[in-house]
Design a protein around this ligand. Structure first.
Ligand SMILES: C[S@@+](CC[C@H](N)C(=O)[O-])C[C@H]1O[C@@H](n2cnc3c(N)ncnc32)[C@H](O)[C@@H]1O
Length: 299
């Protein structure tokens, strides 16, 4: 640990010296300490060339809290982070939450035209519910896309079948947005006029998702790097875990993918991001090709 212990006690060595965190650059030692802490807690690995990014993101929070240094903020997180919710704000500033409705259309097409009809064949009069997990859901666009496509394209053909979508993310702010279900133009830019008209109400605050679709999706905070929380996620027919593994190193990718495997029912499917691969990460899945995309099937 490279930081001065006096800061742990919140007492500067010399109280007369005051300095603004704005003028401080993050030292290499401080960067090492921060990225190890973030990695150990979230699986997110900041590469050597991402120091400036982490520095500027932490700086925002440091300024907001009127703290004096990266060291002071680190000690606040390390010793009180769980007590005062500050850890949640740390996760808020270090995560990238880019997402939008219908982001990876070929995956949703594969889900609707191939996978769900296959899953429905295995359903019975006592088990009529399909369970889908949008892991690292960000503000919910992926989870709601699945729900509205199901409602539009599957439900009329199989009225007895129910769908439950669970959306989870480490960032409490995006989960709040997801639960609210109101979106700006950016989020709906890939949404067809048909779906927009049928499933969204234009309000002064933005495009509000239809209450029926909203009721099909539940959101909660969950850290993919938390093994205990991950073990509580079971019996999913399909999991979407897209555009998050890209922020992890190989070890945390392997650990997360193993948990996702365990969370799937036999023959369940995993979808990851367009630019991501399980090559070198897991051999447990069978690769299944669909038009313009692939899925990973639990054997
Ligand atoms: C780029 S968004 C992807 C959203 C959506 N899956 C998509 O593909 O459009 C990545 C999300 O992963 C979340 N995330 C990062 N690390 C995480 C972790 N350890 N556990 C859970 N979510 C995490 C971030 O908060 C962010 O919302």
């Amino acid at each position: 640990m490279a930081f001065n212990n006096s800061v742990i006690l919140n007492k500067p060595v010399n109280p007369v010296i005051s300095f603004s965190a704005k003028s401080q650059a993050m030292t290499d030692d401080a960067y090492e300490t921060w990225r190890k802490y973030i990695y150990d807690n979230t699986g997110i690995y900041f590469q050597d060339n991402k120091k400036y990014l982490l520095e500027s993101r932490l700086q925002k929070r440091i300024n907001f809290l009127k703290l004096k240094s990266f060291e002071e903020y680190f000690n606040l997180i390390k010793f009180k982070g769980n007590l005062n919710d500050e850890l949640k704000y740390l996760y808020e500033v270090i995560t990238i939450n880019e997402t939008f409705f219908f982001r990876n259309q070929p995956q949703f097409d594969a889900l609707i035209s191939k996978i769900l009809p296959e899953v429905i064949k295995t359903k019975s009069s006592i088990d009529k519910k399909i369970r889908i997990w949008s892991a690292a859901s960000s503000s919910g666009e992926e989870a709601y896309t699945i729900a509205l496509m199901f409602n539009d394209l599957i439900k009329p053909k199989f009225p007895g079948i129910e769908l439950e979508v669970v959306g989870t993310d480490i960032n409490h702010a995006v989960i709040k947005t997801a639960r609210r279900g109101i979106y700006k133009d950016y989020s709906i830019r890939n949404t067809s006029p048909y779906f927009l008209k049928k499933y969204f109400a234009k309000t002064a605050a933005g495009y509000e998702i239809d209450p029926k679709i909203k009721s099909m999706v539940k959101f909660k905070e969950l850290n993919l790097n938390n093994s205990i929380a991950m073990r509580s996620m079971n019996n999913f027919d399909v999991i979407f875990c897209a555009n998050v593994l890209i922020y992890f190193d190989k070890q945390s990718k392997m650990r997360t993918v193993q948990h996702l495997y365990n969370s799937l029912k036999p023959n369940g499917y995993l979808f990851i991001g367009y630019a991501e691969t399980l090559h070198g990460i897991s051999k447990a899945f069978k690769i299944v090709s669909f038009p313009k995309t692939i899925g990973y099937k639990k054997g």
